[in-house]
Each structure stands twice: as C-alpha cells, then as structure tokens.
Ligand binder design. Sequence first.
Ligand code: NAP
Length: 472
Amino acid sequence: MSESGRPLHVAVVGSGPSGFYAAEALLRSNLPFQVDMLERLPVPFGLVRSGVAPDHPKLKEVIRIYDRVARTPGFRFFGNVAVGDAVTVNELRGIYHGLIFACGAQTDRRMGIPGEDLPGSHTATEFVGWFNGHPDFRDRTFDLSREVAVIVGQGNVAADLCRILAKPVDELRTTDITEHALDALATSRVREIHVIGRRGPAQARFTPRELRELGEISDCLTLADSRDLQLNAESETELADPDNINSAKNCEMFRGFAANRETRCGRTLRFHFHLSPAAVLGEERVEGLRLERTRLRGPPFAQTTQPAGESMTLDCGLVFRSIGYRGVPIPGLPFDDRRGTIPHVAGRVNDGSMPLPGVYVTGWIKRGPSGVIGTNRADSVETVESLLADVPRLRAEEKPGGDALEELLTRRGVRAVDYRQWLSIDEAEIRRGRPRGKPREKFTRVRDMLACVDVAEDRQIREQDLRSSIDR
Ligand code: NAP
C-alpha cells in the first residue's frame, strides 16, 4: 500500500453528538481513516439517548444520521469500554495516530451553598439520567410525595425538568421515558413548581420554543409576578438588539404568564427572578430554600448580580439544581478546573505546559456546556480540520489501530460491545416498548444490556446451526 493509502487510525472517545459529528467528518475526508468509537456504556448516542427529554422525540431523530455514520466502512464501535479504566489515555496514544475526546460534561456545577447535599436536594443530571434510564442513575430515588418543588436555573434543562414534573403522567406514557420513572410520576404529589432565576427575565436562557411549551402544559397554570418583569435600562438595551430576539420573545411570554389569572389547576409553575439561593434549609432533609434578592449591575450583556439586601424563604420539599453541566477531568489529560473543560487551541489539546500531539477535543468538554445538538457539528468539523492539518506529522509513526485495542481488551477480560450487538439491544428495546405503545423500553442496567446481547448471540448461533443442518 502506498504511504498515503496506509490507514490512519483514530479513536473517538464518547458516542454523543460531538463524537458522531467528528467521526462523520473524518470518514467524509478523502483520507483512509479507520475510526473507532469508544463508549463507556454498551449503548451509543450519549445525551441524545440519556439527556434529551422523552417528550421531545423529534430531537432524537438525529440518531438516524449517527446510525448512517456507524454503518460507514471504516467505523467501529467499542461500547462498554471506559477510558481511564479499561484502557488508559497513554495506551490509546500508542495504538492510534489520533485521539478525539468527545466525552461531554458529565457532572453538574455546584451552587456552593449550605445544605446543597441534603436529602431532597438533587442535580438536574441525576433527575434527567433517572427518567431517561441512564444506568448510573437507575437507582436514584426522588421523594415526589412533596407538594412544592423548586428548580434553580432558567435554561432548557430546567424547562425539561418542569415539563416532566408538571405534565399529566398519561401524556408521558407513550414516550420512551423509563417505566420506573412513570411509576414514580404516576403517584407524584408535586403541585407547585417554582423556577428561580438569579438574574432578570431578559437574561433567562430558555429558547422561546421551550418556554412556550411551559405555558401550554395541560392542567397547569403558568405564572410570573409583573413586578419582577420590570427591566433596567441595560436590559432594555439587550432586548433592543436584533441578535437577541430570543430574549425579547421570552419577555413577551413572561408578561403573558404574569397576566394569567390564578384559577384552580392541577399544578402551578411559577417563574421568579432576581433571587439567588443562599441556603438549602432543613435538618434531616430539605424543608426550604433561603433566597437573597439580587439587583443587576454592569453593562448590557455582561450584567452580573449583587445582593439587594433582602432575603426570603421558600418552603419546599424538593430542590433541583439546574445551573449548568460541568466536564470531569480525564486521567492523563490537562484540565481547566475553573471552566470544567480540557484546554485546547482549535481542538488541539494544549494547556501551554503540556502539549499533547495527536490528542484533540470536541463538544462540551472542549467549549463548555452550551448550544443545541447541531452546534456540535461545526465544533467537531473545526477539530477534525486541525487533525487533518496534522496528518503528515501523525503519519510519521506507525500505529497498530483497533485490532491492538481489541487484543488488549480481551487480555483484560473487558467485554466490548460492537455496533451489531448494539443493534440487537436496540431491536429488543423497541420490541419491549411495543405492548406499552412506547417507541422503546430502555434497558437501564448494564448487566441487562449485556444479557440482551447474549440472548441475541445465542439465537444467531442456533439459527446458523439450523441453517447448516438444513443445508446438509
Ligand atoms: P444554561 O442554559 O447555561 O442555563 C443555566 C441556568 O443556571 C442559567 O439560568 C444560569 O443563570 C443559572 N445559574 C448558573 N449558575 C447559577 C448559580 N450559581 N445560582 C443560580 N443560578 C445559576 O444550562 P442548561 O439549562 O444546563 O443547558 C445546557 C445547554 O443544553 C444549553 O445550551 C441548552 O440550550 C441545551 N439544551 C437544549 C435543549 C433543547 O434544545 N430542547 C434541552 C436541554 C438543554 P445565569 O444566566 O445568571 O448564569
């Protein structure tokens, strides 16, 4: 094979949107890439599977694009392989010409206030992972016997939490929400949901489509206080900016919520602004939240909060912190602890003191937890362009590629799940969902996912035996 025809082995770590967009960009280039995607769980698609809310099935349609990428010659999936555990970053560097880390932001920011870890105070990650069937959160429990829940933060994840808590459970039954979450939500006594923003309505991070949905939940009254909606001059300037049309639309909707008359409804959803959590209160478990009133200071688009010298207590039995995700460090890679990301220059991992040739990042672990699914495409293209520019240097060293990884995993007794095996899990989940009218009933434990692969493999072996005995 000519020099330029020799395969270039790249491992993509993480199988969410940014990982798949990186794989797509590599496989679309006219170089002979072999792309191996490593995923900690036996199942692919990261946040599209375990982050996107079950009542937003359209957002999950991107899986079709990822499936096409996965079926492209030159692509291999290694599910159930945790980097840092089954194989180290250094070992991967010896196997591959290039590594692209696309492992997202796997934990939450902390509020840093007393009582944050009391029972009844949860992170958005836990709740979202639980209702979406992520194995890490399968056994979390949420005491939904409490009538008042508070959600801290006003972004789209908070909107997802609001809908799951506020929607009549029957509207969720035909989604891919897990059965254990449906059972718990069916007996939920949560009646009041308060959504807390530390800044004003003009700074809420909801996208208008998501906010509009919150005003349309059946048997739920959405409210805001008109006194909270008065804007300072800087916020008015922000709203007048044509690039900030989303915030103007949001403010319009908040005004609509403030005009709603308080009538009897199964649930209420109430937006609060200019309130910053100061302490989660309670002895044994959450009993309330102390909030400090804030005022905004600073120029338009850079307004921060300062205490306004007034505080209040909101009695509640549940607190969900939905204040943004945060990346976690990967042993063997530099980490920017302040931002919760891996430092890079145009996707090339580099913190100034420890440049790592051949190591790249993309997605939330690169830029922080912002943007929608599609934002990751351009991000991954930028990273892959950097890698393509480095190809002459990367090629200088011979690398064995995925066969060597396979051998190493076998030696260590790590059971990797390939894409064909994932498809058998996929098929079984779809089959399990059918009698319940759901698109799928997910397996929520790793052992059940692996058992499902075993069953499918046994069936294939039996079918093969039968076919060969007929042929004979
Ligand atoms: P986000 O959009 O960054 O919102 C975080 C919220 O938490 C903001 O309101 C922020 O207020 C607040 N916050 C941060 N620190 C705080 C603190 N210490 N105390 C009180 N409040 C605090 O994050 P997200 O909701 O986790 O969403 C992450 C990304 O995923 C976003 O880009 C989002 O659009 C995307 N997403 C999209 C969808 C969808 O398309 N349907 C669904 C889910 C998520 P400040 O502004 O004052 O910092």
